[in-house]
Design a protein around this ligand. Structure first.
Ligand code: HEM
Length: 497
């Protein structure tokens, strides 16, 4: 028997934790049994809203170590010295499924890293893909709606997905990656991470560089085919949690190399592609990968809820030396995440253990629900700003260098010289024959049952990327229909046969 006393949350010893207080042996329960009420009421408050996207996730604590000097590009203190270590928290996720979704579903994976730097938290909220489905935040809620459940059937809807994608050709790059082997990594350890957007660095000389972040798995890439994934899901829905948690418990710590592509500020005017378009990559031949450091995950949190569910990642969490860019999607995200956290976790979400910076925090936000931390000031008179009471003051030295912008306010088409299909074709041609065949089959399966006019429109995009891509998908769709005749399913339209 433990010698620890059970207490109420107000600290009073609890006499009995087994039985309700009743009026008589078989009598009704008394309202004065406040611990019973407390227990039931607390249970009713155990769930918070799941993330609107990326609800299913797996996470761990770790360390980032600098292995190469990049101080000529950025003054960010996290990179100030080779060998420097920074504590961090990682969370991986699928995008569309709910918090109970099976881990090995075909989907993009989220790849979020929170670095507790000496100048505040830096969050890298990326995916396991270098690009995204849409290039403008305006389209994001609609895109996500196509990934979630249909309002009437409450089922996921391939019709909605392909209806959207086929009318948004910029999505083809990401759709191709999703339908390729990268669409079902075997574990979170066996995939790369990407910041995806273009961010910026600025150095001590006030020079700005555009930058893309890459996290290269040191475990190697591994993937499941659709059949293997279905088999796994039949056995366990929690494969990733088992693998990641298990590896770390065994001391088999997963690692990623952090690399960057760096573009001098003025180059952005010259590239044939828009370097701020998140549906595009920067060719490595033009901007080679530069090593930065190593991410190692080495500790499972003692409390999953406290560290993984309560983790609030946001692209707006940046530190001096790292900045945003002109990427329209990124601009929308800079708003959206903190707003989501205030709704999902509450006003003071940043004071929760997963999110609390390990550096000094001094601000003038006051009060509100769950204000459980003090004012961080030894001077209670300094509760407004400006003040002459020795309160915290701004730090002009960390102001970002100015960025010149010109042009008219408008809603722009945003087409660059290369368009939506060139990089998709380049990617397709990198696949070997087996990879291409799996890509065709995965698409044929995913598009099965979708209306003719949508399939037709989408096929044109595959053909535009590469005629062999279009022909491969079209053949696979036809073969799929022959081997799986379904009287309710649609036939291939004659114009594209
Ligand atoms: C999660 C919005 C685009 C990666 C979320 C969440 C929101 C959101 C509201 C839930 C946050 C929470 O409750 O904690 C948006 C909007 C986007 C966008 C408005 C476009 C305008 C992207 C892109 C990426 C991305 C382009 C990757 C490059 C993620 C990841 C998470 C997430 C990884 C999960 C974070 C975690 O692990 O807690 N997004 N998102 N999102 N988003 Fe986005």
């Amino acid at each position: 028997m433990s010698n620890k006393k059970l207490t109420t949350s107000a600290g009073a010893p609890v006499p009995n934790n087994q039985k309700s207080l009743t009026a008589g042996k078989r009598g009704p329960v008394l309202l004065q049994d406040y611990q019973l009420i407390e227990k039931l009421a607390h249970q009713n408050r155990e769930r918070i809203p799941e993330r609107v996207v990326h609800a299913k996730g797996w996470g761990a604590l770790g360390t980032f170590t600098v292995t190469n000097d990049i101080t000529k590009y950025t003054q960010a203190k996290i990179f100030s010295q080779v060998g420097k270590k920074t504590e961090m928290l990682a969370r991986f996720s699928t995008v569309a499924g709910e918090s109970g979704a099976a881990d090995t579903e075909r989907d993009v994976r989220g790849f979020s890293l929170k670095f507790y730097t000496e100048e505040g938290n830096w969050d890298m909220v990326g995916n396991n893909t270098p690009v995204f489905f849409v290039r403008d935040g305006w389209k994001f809620p609609d895109f996500i709606r196509t990934q979630k459940r249909h309002p009437k059937t409450n089922l996921r809807s391939p019709e909605a997905m392909w209806d959207f994608w086929s009318q948004v050709p910029e999505s083809l790059h990401q759709v191709t990656i999703l339908m390729s082997d990268r669409g079902i990594p075997t574990t979170p350890m066996h995939m790369n991470g990407y910041g995806s957007h273009t961010y910026s660095f600025w150095n001590h000389d006030e020079e700005r560089f555009w930058v893309k972040f890459h996290f290269k798995t040191q475990q190697g890439h591994e993937f499941y085919t659709n059949e293997e994934a279905a088999d796994i899901i039949g056995k366990t829905r929690e494969k990733y949690q088992e693998e990641l948690f298990g590896a770390i418990e065994e001391g088999n710590f997963p690692k990623w190399k952090m690399m960057v592509q760096v573009m001098p500020e003025q180059d952005a005017e010259k590239t044939p592609y828009n370097p701020f378009d998140v549906t595009k990559v920067w060719p490595h031949g033009d901007y080679p990968l530069i090593e930065v450091g190593e991410v190692e995950l080495n500790k499972n949190p003692d409390n999953y809820y406290q560290y993984v569910e309560n983790a609030a990642y946001s692209p707006s969490n940046k530190v001096p030396g790292i900045g945003f860019s002109l990427d329209k999607m990124l601009q929308a995200r800079v708003f959206s995440y903190a707003d989501a956290h205030r709704y999902r976790l509450g006003t003071h979400y940043e004071a929760l253990p997963a999110n609390a910076p390990k550096s000094e925090v001094n601000h003038y936000h006051k009060d509100g629900p769950m204000r459980f931390f003090d004012n961080n000031s030894d001077n209670p008179d300094a509760y407004y700003e400006p003040n002459t009471k020795n309160g915290p003051t701004e730090v002009p030295s960390v102001e970002e260098p100015p960025l010149s912008i010109n042009g008219d306010i408008n809603r722009y088409e945003d087409q660059d010289q290369i368009g939506d299909f060139k990089q998709v074709g380049d990617l397709f041609r990198l696949f070997d024959e087996d990879q291409k065949e799996r890509l065709f089959q995965n698409i044929a399966l995913a598009i099965d049952g979708v209306s003719d006019h949508i399939v037709e429109r989408q096929l044109k995009h595959f053909y535009a990327a590469d005629p062999a891509y279009g022909a491969g998908v079209e053949n696979a769709i036809r073969e799929h229909k022959v081997s799986n005749p379904d009287p309710n399913s649609n036939v291939i339209p004659s114009e594209v046969q």
